[in-house]
Design a protein around this ligand. Structure first.
Ligand code: ZN
Length: 267
């Protein structure tokens, strides 16, 4: 974990801040004692005592921590509202968003999906947030190697998010310190043509629509939360082509400016 309370206070501190030596810490979830690990092997983090059974304790990769801290610091720098932006928010039972924006009008959880993710977890959390009127930004790590080509072979959770998100995915770009949005279209397998002896003619087979691979049709960089719009889906939606339902959700989505905006301005 990256956050803890200083013992006997409600002051939340972050492991990546170095000025914490000599303090004693407790977990923001279970109030158990935590230890600041600042070793050479792993990035600074707080850890429970080995005998702890905290429900919030889970393994985090170095990459996940890097993304979490990057998002938090970029948003604090942009909006300056330190008290309104929180890391590892504990106010929502069953969820612990990487970053939480407690805005004047809206509450937004930024859920970071760096390591393997169970699709059902996305569905469950979406509906927990929905019930509490909290919006969500699901964000994936920007991996230039995967996104450089014309196509992306999606993992299961990426597919679900893509369907929930109107054929788009939202990534956090570490170098740009902002979101990047990729837009997708259907991809087709190779079409083939061969000579069929029985028919005595060339036979042509059109390539099949691929189930997990999609064409990357557009990549938009430098997106910030203010470029996203709030979308409410108040019903579960069963998809014919997909084995999971799209959950009830409040999503902050990137929607390109309407095409006729330019025309309106000219009138
Ligand atoms: Zn704990």
């Amino acid at each position: 974990m990256q956050s803890a309370f200083i013992k006997d206070t409600d002051q939340k501190v972050y492991a990546w801040h170095a000025e914490l030596e000599g303090e004693r810490f407790v977990c923001t979830g279970c109030a158990g004692t935590m230890f600041l690990k600042n070793g050479m092997v792993r990035v600074a983090h707080f850890a429970h005592a080995p005998e702890s059974h905290c429900a919030f304790a889970r393994y985090e990769s170095e990459l996940e921590v890097t993304y979490k801290v990057s998002i938090y610091e970029a948003l604090v720098e942009r909006y300056g509202a330190k008290g309104r932006i929180d890391v590892e928010h504990t106010g929502i039972a069953g969820c612990r968003p990487a970053v939480f924006i407690n805005g004047r009008k809206h509450r937004i959880a930024i859920e970071l999906l760096v390591d393997a993710t169970d699709v059902r977890e996305i569905i469950n959390k979406s509906e927990i947030y929905f019930a509490l009127n909290v919006g969500v930004i699901w964000v994936l790590p920007f991996d230039s190697e995967r996104l450089n080509g014309d196509r992306l072979k999606m993992k299961e959770h990426e597919k679900l998010l893509c369907f929930m998100n109107n054929k788009r995915l939202l990534f956090w770009h570490l170098r740009r310190k902002s979101f990047s949005v990729a837009e997708f279209g259907a991809a087709y397998g190779e079409s083939t043509e061969f000579y069929d002896k029985n028919q005595g003619d060339m036979v042509y087979y059109e390539g099949r629509k691929l189930r997990s691979t999609f064409n990357i049709t557009n990549l938009i960089n430098n997106i910030y939360p203010e470029d996203l719009t709030r979308w409410v889906s108040s019903k579960r939606f069963e998809m014919e082509t997909y084995k999971y339902p799209l959950p009830k959700s409040i999503l902050w989505k990137y929607q390109p400016p309407p095409k006729n905006r330019h025309l309106k301005r000219l009138r």
